[in-house]
Ligand binder design. Structure first.
Ligand code: ADP
Ligand code: ZN
Length: 606
C-alpha cells in the first residue's frame, strides 16, 4: 500500500493507539524496517505482533505473515481492519472465489498485511503470486514449529527456507516464545537465519501469579479455585488425556461453570465451535489437552490450571503463558501429586523413543519436578531454567506463603526401610499402610504386620507420608518400577540416607487448610465502586458492539482500555485519544459512544 513514509512511533500512536514501545520492540522494528533479518524470542504477551506489523506498514509492499493458526487468522485480520490496516488471509478455509479476491487485492497493492498458512505459502502458485508484487517482509510466527525436538513440530515449516532462496532481498523476521537453546539453534539453521540479529527478551511474566498445590482432591480443589478466585472469568484447564478432558468439562458444567472440552479426538466442527466460543464469548472455561492453545491470542484469559503435570518446564511455561496477555493479573495454578510424577516417568520409560530422547525427556521432567518441589520462589526457578537470574518475586505461592521445610532424614529413613523390608514390590499406598500400622487384609496377607517397620510411622498422617514419598521419588532416592506394576524400589543414592550418612530436607506437606484469601489485586479490585459501574457499562456496550460486528469483544477494545477509561473518565476526544489502545480509527469509530457512556453514566439509569 502506498502511504507517506512515516516513523515507527507515529504508526504506533496513530494506528495502534499506544503511547510507547515496550522492551525491545523499537530496536527490532528499526532493524527489520531497515531490511535486516531478525530472530525474536519474546514471551507470550510480550508484543511480538507489532514487531512485524509496524515494519509492514513502514516498508513498501505487503508484509507476509506465516502462521500455522488458521482458526485465528480471521480474528487477527478483523482486529487489523478495525485499526484501518489493509489485511487479509489465505488459507484452506476459504473457497476459490474468496481466495481470488484476496489475490487481486494483493496484486492491486491494497494489502499491508497478508496472513498465509505455511502449506499454502510454499505452493508454486503462491510463490509465483508473491513474486509479482512488492513484499515488505516475511514474518514467520511460531517459528519453533520448525523444530523436530519441540512440542509443536509442523513438517510444513521445513519448507520455509525456500523464502530465503526465492526472495533473498526481502527481510525475514522469525518469532517464538520458546526459549531453549536447542530450539533456537534449530530455527536458525533450518530457516537459514545465520545472518539474522537475535533479540532475546526477558521471559518474565510479572503479572502471572504461580501456584503449585499438593494434589488432594483435585476436582474439588479446582472448583474451589475457580469459584473463589475466578468466578465468571475465561480460563483454560489442562488435562493429560482426552477422557479426563471430557469428564472434567462435563463435571464442571454440572457445577454451573461455563466449561467446554477440547481435544484432538473430537470432530473438527465441535473443535472449531468450542474454540470460537472461547475466543468470542466472555467467561468460557476451556478444558483441554495440550492440543489446544498454541497461538491463542485471547488477551483476557485470567487463569490457566493444570490438573496433570506437563512434561517439561518449556511446556508448563508455554501453557501458563496463555494467561494474562493483556498484562492484567492472572493465575497459573497446578495440582501435583505422586501419581503425576509416576505417570510421567512411565510415559518416558515405556515410549518407543531412542535412549537419547528418553534421557533428555527424563532430565526435562526432573527440572520440572524441581520447580514443583522448591521451597524457594517459583519464578526464580522458572526463569533460572531459561538462563535468567533474579530475586524472589513476591507474586508466587512460595513467596507469599513460604512453605515450611524440615529435616526429614528420620522420615526418609523410615520410608526407605519400609520399602526395603516389604521386598521392594509394593506401591506407596501399601507401604504407607505398613508405616502407619494399618493392618488391613492386604497387609496381613503378606505378613507385613509382623515386620519391625509396621507402625513405626503411626504418628504421621497419610497426607504427610504421601508428601514424603513424592519427594523421595522427585529427589531420586526412590525409583518407581513400571515393569513391576509401579513398585517402589531403592536407588543407589538412597544407601547414604539409610546408613545415616546423608540428611534430607523436605517441604512439609499438610492436609489442606482453607486457602488464605487472595491478597492480590484483580482488574476489578483496582477500580473503585463508581468506576466499576462505568466499567461494567462499557463492557455491556462492547459486548453489543462485538456481536453486531461478529468479532470477539477484545477486538473492539481490551479490558485494560475500558478500565483506563473508567478510571480517567476522559471528557473529550483529545483526552480519550491519550488512553492506551485508542488509535485514530477507533477514536473516529467509537469516540462519541464512549464519551456518551462516560458522561451519561452518573445520571442515566439502566
Ligand atoms: P505476543 O504475540 O508476543 O504474545 P501480542 O503481540 O499479542 O503478544 O501482544 C500482547 C498484548 O500487548 C496485545 O494486547 C497488544 O495489543 C499489547 N501490546 C503490544 N505492544 C504494546 C505496546 N507497545 N503498548 C501497549 N500495548 C502493547
Ligand atoms: Zn516468587
Amino acid at each position: 500500500m502506498t502511504r507517506p513514509a512515516s516513523g515507527a512511533l507515529e504508526v504506533l500512536r496513530k494506528t495502534f493507539g499506544y503511547p510507547a514501545f515496550r522492551g525491545p520492540q523499537q530496536d527490532i522494528i528499526s532493524h527489520v524496517s531497515g531490511g535486516g533479518d531478525a530472530l525474536v524470542l519474546m514471551p507470550t504477551g510480550g508484543g511480538k505482533s507489532l514487531c512485524y506489523q509496524v515494519p509492514s506498514l513502514i516498508r513498501e509492499g505487503t508484509g507476509v505473515v506465516v502462521s500455522p493458526l488458521i482458526a485465528l487468522m480471521q480474528d487477527q485480520v478483523a482486529a487489523l481492519e478495525l485499526l484501518g490496516v489493509g489485511a487479509a488471509f489465505l488459507n484452506s478455509s476459504q473457497d476459490a472465489q474468496t481466495a481470488r479476491a484476496v489475490e487481486n487485492a494483493l496484486l492491486a497493492g491494497k494489502l499491508d498485511l497478508l496472513y498465509v498458512a505455511p502449506e499454502r505459502l510454499t505452493t508454486p502458485r503462491c510463490l509465483e503470486l508473491l513474486s509479482k508484487c512488492p513484499i515488505a517482509l516475511f514474518a514467520i510466527d511460531e517459528a519453533h514449529c520448525v523444530s523436530q525436538w519441540g512440542h509443536d513440530f509442523r513438517p510444513e515449516y521445513l519448507q520455509l527456507s525456500i523464502l530465503h532462496e526465492q526472495f533473498p532481498n526481502v527481510p525475514r523476521i522469525a518469532l517464538t516464545a520458546t526459549a531453549d537453546p536447542q530450539t533456537r539453534t534449530e530455527i536458525v539453521s533450518r530457516l537459514a537465519l545465520e545472518e539474522a540479529r537475535i533479540f532475546v527478551s526477558s521471559f518474565d511474566r510479572p503479572n502471572i501469579h504461580y501456584a503449585i498445590v499438593d494434589k488432594q482432591d483435585p476436582r474439588a480443589q479446582l472448583l474451589r479455585f475457580i469459584r473463589e478466585e475466578h468466578a465468571g472469568d475465561a480460563g483454560i484447564v489442562y488435562c493429560l488425556s482426552r477422557r479426563k478432558v471430557d469428564e472434567t468439562a462435563a463435571w464442571l458444567a454440572g457445577q454451573g461453570i461455563n466449561a467446554l472440552p477440547y481435544h484432538a479426538g473430537m470432530d473438527a466442527d465441535s473443535r472449531r465451535d468450542h474454540q470460537a466460543r472461547f475466543q468470542r464469548e466472555e467467561g468460557v472455561v476451556m478444558v483441554a489437552t495440550i492440543a489446544f492453545g498454541m497461538g491463542i491470542d485471547k488477551p483476557d484469559v485470567r487463569f490457566v490450571a493444570h490438573l496433570d503435570l506437563p512434561k517439561s518446564i518449556e511446556g508448563y511455561y508455554q501453557e501458563t503463558g496463555r494467561a494474562g496477555r493483556d498484562g492484567l493479573p492472572a493465575d497459573a495454578w497446578m495440582t501435583y501429586g505422586l501419581a503425576d510424577l509416576v505417570l510421567q516417568r512411565r510415559l518416558i520409560d515405556q515410549s518407543e523413543a531412542s535412549e537419547e530422547f528418553k534421557r533428555v525427556s527424563g532430565s526435562k521432567l526432573d527440572a520440572l519436578l524441581g520447580l514443583c518441589e522448591t521451597a524457594g520462589c517459583r519464578r526464580v526457578r522458572l526463569l533460572g531454567y531459561f538462563g535468567e537470574q533474579g530475586g524472589p518475586c513476591g507474586n508466587c505461592d512460595t513467596c507469599l506463603e513460604p512453605p515450611e521445610t524440615y529435616d526429614a532424614t528420620d522420615e526418609a529413613r523410615k520410608a526407605l526401610s519400609a520399602i526395603y523390608r516389604t521386598g521392594q514390590r509394593f506401591g506407596a499406598v501399601h507401604v504407607i499402610d505398613v508405616l502407619r500400622g494399618k493392618g488391613g487384609d492386604r497387609v496381613s496377607r503378606w505378613g507385613h504386620d509382623k515386620l519391625g517397620v509396621f507402625g513405626i510411622g503411626a504418628e504421621i498422617d497419610e497426607v504427610a507420608w504421601r508428601g514424603v514419598f513424592r519427594q523421595l521419588v522427585a529427589l531420586g532416592f526412590v525409583h518407581v518400577d513400571h515393569e513391576s506394576h509401579g513398585a517402589l524400589k531403592l536407588t543407589a543414592a538412597s544407601r547414604a540416607v539409610l546408613k545415616g550418612e546423608q540428611s534430607v530436607e523436605m517441604r512439609r506437606v499438610v492436609a489442606r487448610k482453607r486457602a488464605a484469601p487472595a491478597t492480590r489485586v484483580t482488574a476489578a479490585a483496582a477500580l473503585s465502586g463508581e468506576e466499576v459501574n462505568l466499567f461494567d457499562r462499557l463492557k455491556a456496550w462492547r459486548a453489543a458492539e462485538a456481536r453486531s460486528q461478529s468479532v470477539p469483544a477484545y477486538v473492539v477494545l481490551h479490558d485494560s482500555t475500558l478500565a483506563e477509561i473508567a478510571r480517567r473518565r476522559p471528557g473529550d476526544l483529545d483526552a480519550l485519544a491519550t488512553i492506551g489502545g485508542i488509535g485514530a480509527k477507533k477514536l473516529e469509530k467509537y469516540g462519541a459512544a464512549l464519551l456518551g457512556l462516560v458522561s451519561g453514566h452518573v445520571v442515566e439509569s439502566p
